[in-house]
Design a protein around this ligand. Structure first.
Ligand code: SF4
Ligand code: ZN
Length: 320
C-alpha cells in the first residue's frame, strides 16, 4: 500500500540484506555469512571424517554443473591450508548429445579461472562408445550405465594420476536420497559405508565435503562465488528410482525441516552398531581393474564385457 514501509529481511549476524532463510535453524543470512557458514560446515565435515591430510593429491570430479563447480571453488580455498596437498579436476564426457558440451565448456572456464590442472576423458575414448551409442545398442537403464561407467572412469584416472582421494560434489540432499534408496533396496552394506572410508590397496577413497550442506545452499554458494550456471537438463533424467526418491525427500524436508540431516545422522549412529565387513560386501578385488567388489568381477567390468557383446547373460543386471 502507498506510504507503507516495506520491511526486507536482514542477516541475523550483520543486519545486511539477507539472501537466504535457513528453515532448519530458523534464521536469515546475507551472502557473506552464508558463504562463511557453508565453508565452516564443510571444514567440520572434512575434519570429522578425516577426509584430507597433508600431502594428499585430490582428484575432483568436475561435471561443470553447480555442485561440482561449487566443490572445486570450496576446495581451492581449503586445500592450500593442508601442507603439500594439491588438487586437479577430472571431467568425464559420457557422450550425451545436446547436454555435455555446455557443462564441459563451463568446467574448462572454471579450472582456467582457478588455475587448477584439468583432465577431460570420454566414454568414447575409454570404452569405445558414447553413452548415447551404448543405450541405442541395448535396453539399459541410462542412469545405471552412466553412473557405473562414470565412477569407473574417475577411479581409473585417479589411479593413473596417483591420487589419494576422489572428491565429489554430493550434497546433503543426494546423501539423504542415497540413505533412503539403500533402505528401500535393503542394502545394509552400502548403507553403513562410511563417507571417506579407506579400503586399502587398489582403492582410491571417495570424499564428499558437502555431505551436510543442502542442495539449495550449494547452488547459492556457486552463484555467490561467481558461477553463472544455467545448464540444460540431461535428456535421460527423471526415469530412475532416485528421481522418485528425490521428490519424496524434498517433500519431507519441506514439511519437516531438518529431516535430511537427521537421516544421515541416524545412519552415523548405525556405523557403530552394524559392521560393514561382517555384512559381507566388497571382500574381494576385481581381477580386471583391481577395484573392491562383492562378486568375482566388479559391476563396471561386467557391464563392459556385456557391451562388447562377449557375455549376454549379464544383461538383466543393468536394466533395472
Ligand atoms: Fe547420467 Fe542419468 Fe545424470 Fe543423465 S541423469 S548425467 S544419464 S546419471
Ligand atoms: Zn573391475
Amino acid at each position: 500500500m502507498e506510504g507503507e514501509e516495506v520491511c526486507l529481511p536482514v542477516c541475523d549476524a550483520c543486519r545486511q540484506p539477507a539472501v537466504y532463510y535457513d528453515r532448519n535453524k530458523g534464521g536469515h543470512l546475507c551472502g557473506a555469512h552464508l558463504v562463511s557458514g557453508i565453508e565452516a560446515r564443510a571444514r567440520s565435515t572434512i575434519d570429522r571424517y578425516d577426509m584430507i591430510g597433508g600431502g594428499d593429491r585430490i582428484a575432483v570430479g568436475l561435471s561443470g554443473g553447480k555442485d561440482s563447480s561449487a566443490l572445486l571453488i570450496l576446495l581451492s580455498k581449503i586445500v592450500p591450508g593442508y601442507r603439500g596437498a594439491s588438487l586437479f579436476a577430472v571431467t568425464v564426457d559420457e557422450g550425451i548429445a545436446g547436454y555435455r558440451d555446455e557443462t564441459i565448456a563451463s568446467a574448462i572456464a572454471l579450472t582456467g579461472r582457478l588455475g587448477i590442472p584439468h583432465r577431460i576423458v570420454s566414454f568414447e575414448s575409454l570404452y569405445g562408445r558414447s553413452l548415447d551409442a551404448i543405450l541405442k545398442r541395448g535396453k539399459y537403464h541410462p542412469c545405471t550405465v552412466c553412473g557405473i561407467l562414470r565412477k569407473k572412469a574417475l577411479a581409473d584416472v585417479a589411479r593413473e594420476e596417483r591420487a589419494d582421494s576422489i572428491a565429489t560434489g554430493h550434497n546433503l540432499d543426494d546423501e539423504a536420497q542415497s540413505v533412503l534408496m539403500n533402505y528401500l533396496r535393503g542394502d545394509l552394506a552400502r548403507l553403513v559405508r562410511r563417507p571417506g572410508e579407506r579400503k586399502g590397496a587398489g582403492f582410491t577413497r571417495r570424499i564428499k565435503p558437502f555431505l551436510e550442506v543442502s542442495e539449495k545452499e550449494v547452488t547459492l554458494y556457486s552463484l555467490l562465488n561467481g558461477c553463472q550456471i544455467c545448464l540444460p537438463e540431461c535428456p535421460y533424467a527423471g526415469s530412475s528410482l532416485r528421481s522418485e526418491v528425490r521428490s519424496m525427500q524434498s517433500s519431507l524436508e519441506y514439511a519437516y525441516p531438518g529431516s535430511s540431516l537427521r537421516l544421515i545422522h541416524g545412519r552415523e549412529r548405525l556405523f557403530g552398531i552394524l559392521d560393514h565387513d561382517a555384512l559381507g560386501k566388497e571382500r574381494s578385488h576385481c581381477p580386471i581393474c583391481g577395484e573392491p567388489c562383492s562378486g568375482t568381477t566388479c559391476q563396471a567390468c561386467r557391464l563392459l564385457v556385456e557391451i562388447s557383446g562377449e557375455n549376454k547373460d549379464n544383461k538383466k543386471r543393468f536394466t533395472t
